[in-house]
Ligand binder design. Structure first.
Ligand code: NIG
Ligand code: FE
Length: 416
């Protein structure tokens, strides 16, 4: 593998360390001016300022005095699915609520039909296009959930597509099993039987094939109750799958409290998270993974991010890319919304989309900051400073994306 010496960095901004940052520390980032980074064998070997030492056999890449940050970590996506759901836009505009569409057999359940109809190869090919676009926006690590199969063979098919994609394209993927994403139509009269199937058949099979690191569940009115969610997450834990939970997205039914109680690695959405939930997460060491583009898309309110930071809950932010509530791949938009709607500072936002995102998916020891020992994942921005990328909106400011030391120019068209 070619080594890389990135020189002439006007400003290198990065959080530091291998664990999530909370409270005031979320906004404390390291700023190095006139910096350089040496990447060897895909990993960061040295970071310095001023004149770099000997490049040895490394290729030299001049950052042109621009801003460099860690590669972005998209810690929450529903990457693998068949079809799209543009038909729901008209329903939304007529005011039909998200959960009503689902209750009528649409929403997630219509994507389940399309996903069951697709082959593993078709799913991987479609998701591969999404990943190319994500890389062009600066994402270098991405979590990917199943949850549109809702029966053993189709959940495995989704997770195998993720495994294959992990080999075939540059972004590192972290797989999550989400058989508890919705109740399939044919189990409408027997919820318990489906939950048993998730716990006793799907989870063991997923664990046996080592297809996922996490287990997630949609704890929501009309989907899974906190008690049912607990059962699924406990079964996952027993098989080595770490718990994550979609909590308080639409109704606060106790998901965030449950997250804290069972020590979930992360809780997702948290749009209507109550104070008790925030306190429980602080106590349980749970990362709040916030998805502001989903709030925007659903026309919902925005999660109480400032209260979370102030209470000592580490805040991460991600896209939630999926065909229903957030068909968006762009982490730069997420950063804009983090400032504009959560009122987080650009520094807090950077930590949310790098180190804290990494912690939300168990990757903080290898990505999320620009420090020796971590993967050579960086973005050279068409910007001079961090404020600029949080301030500009609607453009792609990622000029060059570096993944494990490989260089991708804008739009991922030219690797060179
Ligand atoms: O995180 N809330 C549940 N799951 C997704 C939406 C999935 C869909 O609508 O297809 C979410 O928003
Ligand atoms: Fe989600």
């Amino acid at each position: 593998m070619e080594n890389l010496l990135l020189t002439n960095i006007g400003m290198l901004v990065t959080p530091t360390g291998c664990a999530a940052k909370s409270g005031a520390a979320q906004g404390e980032v390291q700023v190095l001016r006139d910096a350089w980074v040496l990447i060897e064998d895909g990993k960061i070997a040295e970071v310095g300022t001023g004149r770099p030492g000997q490049a040895g056999n490394a290729r030299i890449l001049d950052a042109g005095g621009r801003l460099v940050t860690p590669g972005l970590v998209d810690a929450h996506t529903h990457l693998i699915f068949g079809g799209w759901r543009q038909n729901e836009l008209a329903l939304k505009l007529r005011g039909v609520p998200y959960l009503d569409i689902l209750a009528q057999g649409g929403g997630i359940l219509s994507t389940v039909t399309a996903t069951r109809e697709a082959t593993e190869e078709e799913l991987a090919e479609k998701a591969g296009l999404a990943l190319e676009e994500m890389l062009s926006f600066g994402t270098t690590t991405c979590e990917a959930k199943s949850g549109y199969g809702l029966r053993l063979e189709d959940e495995l098919k989704q997770l195998r597509a993720i495994r294959d994609l992990n080999e075939k394209q540059p972004i590192d993927l972290v797989p999550t099993f989400m058989g508890g994403h919705a109740l399939p139509k044919c189990f409408a009269d027997d919820r318990e039987a489906y939950i048993r199937m998730v716990c006793e058949e799907m989870i063991p099979a997923v664990a046996e094939e080592k297809l996922a690191r996490f287990c997630d569940v949609f704890c929501e009115t009309g989907v899974f109750t906190p008690e049912e969610s607990r059962k699924i997450l406990e079964a996952g834990k027993k098989h080595g799958l770490l718990p994550k939970i979609h909590a308080d997205e639409i109704d606060p039914i106790g998901g965030s409290q449950l997250a804290g109680e069972i020590g979930a690695v992360s809780a997702e959405h948290l749009i209507v998270c109550p104070t008790e939930g925030i306190e429980a997460m602080a106590k349980g060491g749970t990362v709040a993974c916030l998805l502001p583009a989903t709030s925007l898309y659903l026309g919902a309110t925005f999660a109480p991010a400032r209260q979370m930071v102030n209470t000592g809950v580490p805040v991460a932010m991600a896209t939630d890319f999926n065909p229903g509530s957030c068909p968006c791949l762009n982490m730069q938009l997420v950063m804009n919304l983090g400032c504009l709607r959560y009122r987080l500072t650009p520094e807090e936002v950077l930590t949310a989309v790098t180190l804290n995102g990494a912690a939300a998916i168990g990757m903080a020891d290898s990505v999320g900051s620009v420090e020796p020992g971590k993967l050579g994942d960086l973005v050279i921005w068409d910007a001079q400073d961090l404020n600029y990328i949080c301030y500009r909106m609607g453009s792609n400011l990622a000029r060059t994306v570096i993944k494990r030391g490989r260089v991708f120019e804008r739009n991922n068209i030219h690797e060179n």
